[in-house]
Design a protein around this ligand. Structure first.
Ligand SMILES: [Fe+2]
Ligand SMILES: [Fe+2]
Length: 305
């Protein structure tokens, strides 16, 4: 760990921390490569979930307490897949694997992981509109990792960023300005550097790097990035809106839709989803994210989590 008395660490000083971090479990990388439409999807999910014994044990424990309770205790991953479904097991495996790198010990880490997992769930739901052309599995993992750089920025100097919403959800422009002023680099860049260090696919690294970008001028991007970036931006904005507007779920549909239209459009080229679809799906994604957070031990006092 770096000396906390050293002021203004350069980006390469943050990069020097990477070697001290645990490696991202291989399961996350393999999950990014899964094809949800493959006839072998369930078997592949089970195979990946079994890769890390500690993760597999957690998945089986979580599956064992899902309502309706299984008739017998669950003691294998295939049984967990049968009980919860392959999608739920793939989400749990991806999220538990990511959490193992930055365990949610502090309240700040818990808040960051709540946001990341909520963005993942929303992003996956947007991508389930298959006309967008992004695998929902890939959208989930990009959402899960999009703010991974915030963990490193926060560890550099928790106090320096406390006024700029490290506690709670991001007020993005303020946060990014504070990061640039303090560290000379923002969390999106740090996150992309870390994803590259972990050997994640180029598309994932680029989505993480560009998730706060307004315009990407003259930069040729992979088709997957072009399609997935608006999904992550919309999911990010919707998660932030949910944390600011606690009454969003109680509003009449027209007001809910208007707020989403005002705050949740992608800043990068075309939006992925419409305000109407986002508003229609809101109860479902909030319910899913609440279930996931509870299963991950990230349950909260927030009515929207
Ligand atoms: Fe971010
Ligand atoms: Fe975010």
């Amino acid at each position: 760990m770096l000396d906390s008395n050293v002021r203004l660490p350069e980006p390469h000083r943050i990069e020097a921390e990477f070697g001290a971090l645990p490696q991202l479990p291989r399961a996350v990388i393999e999950m990014t490569e899964l094809d949800i439409d493959s006839p072998n999807f369930a078997e592949e999910v089970a195979r990946i979930a079994e890769m890390e014994t500690s993760i597999a044990d957690q998945v089986m424990r979580i599956a064992s307490v899902q309502i309706p309770l299984p008739p017998e205790p669950i003691d294998s991953i295939p049984e967990a897949v049968v009980h919860m479904g392959s999608r739920a097991i793939s989400e749990l495996t991806g999220s538990l694997s990511a959490l193992s790198v930055f365990p949610p010990i502090t309240q700040e880490h818990v808040e960051l992981w709540r946001h990341a997992n909520q963005v993942a769930v929303i992003a996956r739901d947007i991508a389930e509109d298959r006309s967008i052309g992004i695998d929902p599995q890939a959208a989930y993992l990009a959402g899960l990792l999009h703010d991974i750089g915030r963990f490193l920025i926060f560890e550099q100097d928790p106090q320096a960023l406390s006024d700029s919403s490290v506690r709670g959800r991001p007020a993005a422009p303020t946060l990014i300005e504070a990061e640039r002023a303090r560290f000379g680099v923002e969390h999106a860049e740090v996150g992309a550097m870390l994803c590259r260090h972990w050997g994640l696919p180029t598309a994932v690294c680029d989505i993480v790097r560009l998730h706060h970008s307004v315009v990407v001028a003259d930069e040729p991007l992979l088709a997957q990035v072009e399609r997935c970036l608006p999904i992550i931006q919309q999911a990010d904005h919707l998660s932030s809106l949910l944390s600011r507007e606690r009454r969003l779920l109680e509003l009449p549909f027209s007001e809910r839709r208007a707020l989403i239209a005002a705050h949740c459009m992608s800043t990068y080229r075309a939006a992925a989803s419409t305000p109407t679809r986002l508003a229609e799906r809101l109860d479902i994604v909030v319910g899913r994210s609440r279930d996931l957070l509870r299963n991950l031990g990230l349950g909260s006092s927030s009515p929207v989590d």
